[in-house]
Design a protein around this ligand. Structure first.
Ligand SMILES: *Cc1c(COP(=O)(O)O)cnc(C)c1O
Length: 224
């Protein structure tokens, strides 16, 4: 047994009550752990590393919805483009264009989330509000849409903090950005997913309007 069944059932109940999706983050965990949850009916799994995702996808059932939640390098998009369900971490036009190109080669339309930088911590990843505006103006307007990519919403990670009020404030900020832009629907931009909340902060995230939580260690145990 890789998964704590009571924890899984409780999480699923809480997530469904909130009208949200539970993505089981299986990075570093064996194929057998994924299969175990799959056999219980679970279909949404999240991975961070391209090679690991490709290896797992090859041996697991084809109806799994694979979420790529890590930082994606442009030169690796081609490996996951044939099958990935949702790419959560897009934070540049360059990456968006490459996803569009590879999706086109596969004859697919790939859904992506824009990663917003909401935490206090310094990190290279995620857009600020100006970056978001620029990206939406360039790629999500009425003219010159990308043909094979749809921006489906936003993803964010709160600060690693014991202070719930800090985390709550960060999620609120992302929720507000999501709401503020929701009216700007175009061919390439159909925001409906707000991916926020992990093992340590999913409760706050759901309270603040998340509709997709990404849960790893709580389900599968601590990672090495
Ligand atoms: C690893 C990871 C998670 C899951 O983290 P846990 O704290 O184990 O639930 C969620 N989101 C992202 C982007 C991750 O890298």
């Amino acid at each position: 047994m890789y998964v704590n069944l009571d924890t899984y059932r409780n999480l699923l109940a809480v997530t469904e009550a909130a009208g949200a999706t539970l993505v089981a983050v299986s990075k570093t965990k064996p194929v057998a752990a994924i299969q175990e949850l799959y056999d219980l009916g679970h279909r949404d799994f999240g991975e961070n590393y391209v090679q690991e995702l490709v290896d797992k996808q090859a041996v697991l059932p084809p109806d799994i919805r694979w979420h790529f939640i890590g930082h994606l390098q442009t030169n690796k998009v081609k490996y996951i483009a044939p099958f990935v369900y949702l790419i959560h971490g897009v934070d540049s036009g360059k990456l968006l264009k490459e996803i569009n190109k590879q999706a086109s080669k596969c004859g697919r339309t790939i859904n992506v989330l824009l990663q917003m930088h909401i935490a206090k911590e310094e990190t290279k990843f995620g857009l600020d509000e100006a970056g978001l505006e620029g990206l939406l103006d360039a790629y999500a307007g009425e003219t010159a849409p990308l043909q094979n990519v749809i921006i489906n919403g936003y993803m964010g990670m709160a600060s690693f903090s014991d202070d719930a009020s800090v985390i709550r404030e960060e999620f609120q900020r992302l929720r507000k950005m999501f709401d503020d832009h929701a009216h700007r629907q175009t061919e390439n931009y159909k925001p409906k997913t707000l991916s926020m909340g992990m093992s340590g902060d999913y409760g706050i995230a759901l309270e603040e309007g998340s509709n997709l939580i990404r849960i790893g260690s709580l389900l599968f145990g601590a990672r090495p």
